[in-house]
Design a protein around this ligand. Structure first.
Ligand code: GDP
Length: 315
């Protein structure tokens, strides 16, 4: 199979690339050119050998996106590429919208015009529910975004549904809840807690009462790949069904690995509005994640302590 992955240096993009390469597929990754040659998460999952094709380019280079779709006859495009960290989306709302929403429209339009049988997976998010209208959420819960990031993903969500209905393009939209792994960036709270507790015994946090549903990214990505390969085009939720607070996550890591650890609250890390009380009812029973947030914390700790990449065994 011929696969294109946008956002391939990020957590999910790296794991999906790893899975498809392992399956023997022909994978192209789209990577933003930086001054260094780092491939982010891909460097952690692949050592010297990089058995995929790297195309350098920006998600806002819509001509490049179009020509990639036009000339490669991809079987599947995974659109994970995005400005995906919420706090900076308040600083740069316009570029967040350009990167996240317009790149999605450019890809959908290119598929419509040049490659209508290409399947596309769009990475939506539980942030769409924002201040959720119900707990747990279902696929029918009304959207209520509360950040520029979520707003940009709302465009992605509706664009996906629209192109599927209007042009019968095989669009898959995954509304995934927080999912973490050992290659998660330090700016996300789980990796920050595990790294700082284990290495320093102290961590600075914002809103420790925020309640999320944290799953294990390689498991989510494994299910996404299976859904795209085996199911009809669909919009689905993916979560563990279990919520915990940031403080619960800290306490678990503290009690298991470093009983003397503490946290301090830094008000500058609070968000203007918090999206929380996030959890869902499974829409696709056979793709129910098994690993819960405690497993995720332990896997991250194993990586910090011993460099173990559990996700490679899982997929
Ligand atoms: P997000 O849900 O995609 O924004 O993932 P994050 O890992 O960035 O944040 C998860 C939750 O942790 C949010 O509700 C944050 O408000 C909360 N949080 C509390 N302290 C921190 C912190 O120090 N850093 C981050 N990133 N989030 C924090």
């Amino acid at each position: 199979m011929r696969i294109l992955v946008t956002g391939a240096t990020g957590q999910d993009g790296s794991w999906i690339t790893y899975q498809h390469v392992r399956a023997g597929d022909d994978v192209t990754v789209l990577v933003r050119r930086k001054s260094n040659y780092s491939l982010g998460g891909l460097d952690k999952l692949f050592q010297e050998e990089k058995p995929f094709r790297v195309v350098y380019g920006d998600l806002t280079d819509y001509d490049l996106l179009t020509s990639l779709v036009m000339t490669n006859n991809f079987d599947i495009i995974y659109h994970f590429g995005a400005m995906s960290f919420i706090p900076p989306s308040w600083e740069n709302p316009v570029s967040t919208m350009e990167i996240n929403a317009n790149s999605t429209l450019a890809l959908l339009n290119a598929i419509r015009r040049h490659s209508p049988s290409t399947k596309i997976y769009l990475a939506a998010t539980s942030e769409l529910y924002g201040h959720p209208k119900e707990i747990p959420q279902t696929i029918n819960t009304p959207m209520n975004p509360v950040s520029p990031y979520a707003l940009s993903k709302l465009v992605l969500y509706y664009a996906g549904e629209m192109y599927r209905k209007a042009f019968h393009i095989p669009v898959y939209v995954g509304i995934t809840y927080n999912h973490e792994s050992e290659i998660r960036g330090y700016e996300f709270v789980t990796m920050k807690i595990v790294t700082d507790v284990l290495t320093k015994g102290i961590v600075k946090l914002g809103n420790v009462k925020a309640k999320k549903d944290w799953g294990y990214a390689p498991e989510y990505v494994k299910y996404i790949k299976r859904i795209v390969e085996h199911e009809d085009p669909i919009t689905f939720n993916l979560c563990t069904g279990v919520m915990a607070t940031v403080e619960d996550y800290f306490n678990y890591v503290k009690q298991k690995f470093r009983p003397d650890a503490t946290y301090i609250v830094d008000p500058s890390l609070y968000r203007p509005i918090e999206a929380d009380e996030m959890t869902c009812m499974q829409s696709l029973e056979e793709y129910k994640p098994i690993l819960k947030w405690q497993d995720v914390a332990s896997i991250q700790a194993e990586y910090i302590l011993h460099g173990k990449l559990y996700g490679k065994e899982l997929v």
